[in-house]
Write a protein that binds this ligand. Structure first.
Ligand SMILES: [Zn+2]
Ligand SMILES: [Zn+2]
Length: 427
């Protein structure tokens, strides 16, 4: 048995003993979700658990990074330095799982209204699994060497939590990691992990365009510059970018989700607004697509004799792209631990994620994998019938309810991946 495998066996020998603790913790977090940038009680609980971790009295724990972010730096020798990351926030969703520990919590949305809150994206499981992995690794420091950084991030769902931590001097507060690791619970058979190299989540560019015209009476369009007609032309022309400018071997999505102008049928308004989202898997395609959007919007305005439109980004997320070498090392460790059957490839998604901002801050390569949430027998039967996608609730659904058993795999995966990188010569 390799040193890595011996260390995994020793560290995970404590799993059964702490299972009641982390299942309780999970139920507590699930019943008490908090919206993005309001994860105060969650962060406090995390800090308490970190401080009470046996064998980790010397860890440097920092709270309030980027509002509610928490880090714990556990030094057990200097190198290598491994960062593990979990996101903490929940969503404005009214839970409908019927679980005994279902959320009835409410929160305040950005517009000030009260909304129901649910951990519909499973970030409660990410926090739980990371705290459990930290506890197991802290209890067996004789089996590994290096520095372990456990990072708990706010506001992944708002797409700004990682950036807010970065902007709050994260780079000065923790050592530079050699590798960064993160995971997400997803629809899939509980007990399985899904991992692939390369791009796995899309880059996201959300844009807001203000089209300027010249308003006037609906009966005298010749004296106006009609931003409604101009906006319609822009929206149609934007649809030609993917079909006419993006290489058929590449992938891009442009969706205009909102267009708004005017107040009344016989008034030509001064302005119109367009909001759109762009998803790509390649920086080259991303640049080309965004350039084309700018060109089309400006050119259509010019064609209408309208002033220069204003184009700005609402949010931008990097491509989540797994470093091939890091991912191969983690994948081999997963295969050795879970077996080939339970280590599956991860199909790429057009969804987006802000995790990459943290390793990118340090120029650190990373690996992001997923673990399955649902009843394995039911999942495999549905998969064989081709109905798994529709039979099981996805993340963000009010019915999304990962099995408690799924947590074991999340804990094991985080331990196995961390030990694939921490020094294990001492095991
Ligand atoms: Zn989500
Ligand atoms: Zn999520």
């Amino acid at each position: 048995m390799t040193a890595d495998r011996q260390a995994v066996t020793q560290v995970l020998s404590g799993l059964a003993e702490i299972r009641p603790w982390y299942q309780d913790l999970y139920r507590h977090l699930h019943a008490n979700p908090e919206l993005s940038m309001a994860e105060y009680a969650t962060a406090e609980r995390i800090a308490t658990e970190l401080r009470n971790t046996p064998g980790a009295d010397d860890a440097e724990i920092t709270t309030g990074i980027g509002n509610t972010g928490v880090t714990a730096v556990l030094r057990n020798g200097d190198e290598p330095c491994v960062l593990i990351r979990a996101d903490m926030d929940a969503l404005p969703v009214r839970e409908a799982t019927g679980l005994g520990y279902a959320s009835t919590a409410t929160g305040t949305s950005p517009d000030g209204s009260s909304v129901p809150v649910m951990h519909a994206c499973g970030h409660d499981s990410h926090v739980t699994c990371q705290l459990a992995a930290y506890r197991l690794l802290a209890a067996h420091r004789d089996t590994w060497s290096g520095t372990l950084i456990a990072l708990f991030q706010p506001a992944e769902e708002a797409f700004d939590g990682a950036q807010t931590m970065a902007d709050d001097n994260l780079a000065d507060r923790i050592p530079k990691p050699d590798v960064a690791l993160a995971q997400h619970v997803l629809p899939g058979a509980a007990g399985t992990v899904m991992i692939s190299p390369g791009p796995i989540m899309a880059a996201c560019d959300d844009m807001f365009i203000t089209v300027h015209g010249k308003g006037g009476h609906g009966s005298a369009p010749h004296e106006t510059v009609d931003p409604v007609v101009l906006t319609a032309a822009i929206v149609m022309r934007l649809q030609t970018i993917v079909s006419r400018e993006v290489d058929p071997n590449d992938v891009a999505v442009i969706t205009v989700g909102r267009m708004e102008a005017g107040t009344k049928n016989n008034i030509i308004p001064d302005t119109a607004e367009i909001e759109l989202t762009v998803r790509t898997y390649d920086e080259r395609v991303r640049t080309r697509t965004l350039d084309a959007i700018h060109r089309v919007v400006r050119a259509e305005a010019l064609a209408s004799g309208a002033p220069e439109p204003e184009i700005r980004f609402l949010s931008r997320l990097p491509l989540t792209t797994n470093d091939p070498a890091v991912t191969e090392q983690v994948r081999q460790a997963f295969t050795a631990h879970f077996g080939e059957d339970r280590t599956r490839p991860k199909e790429r998604e057009a969804g987006s994620e802000d995790f990459g901002i943290i390793p990118d801050l340090f120029g650190t390569p990373y690996c992001y994998w997923c673990f399955g949430a649902h009843d394995p027998a039911g999942w495999y039967a549905a998969e064989a019938a081709g109905t798994a996608g529709s039979d099981f609730p996805d993340c963000h659904s009010p019915y999304f309810a990962p099995l408690l058993d799924a947590l074991d795999t999340g804990v094991e995966a985080m331990v196995v991946a961390a030990l694939a990188w921490l020094g294990t010569d001492r095991a």
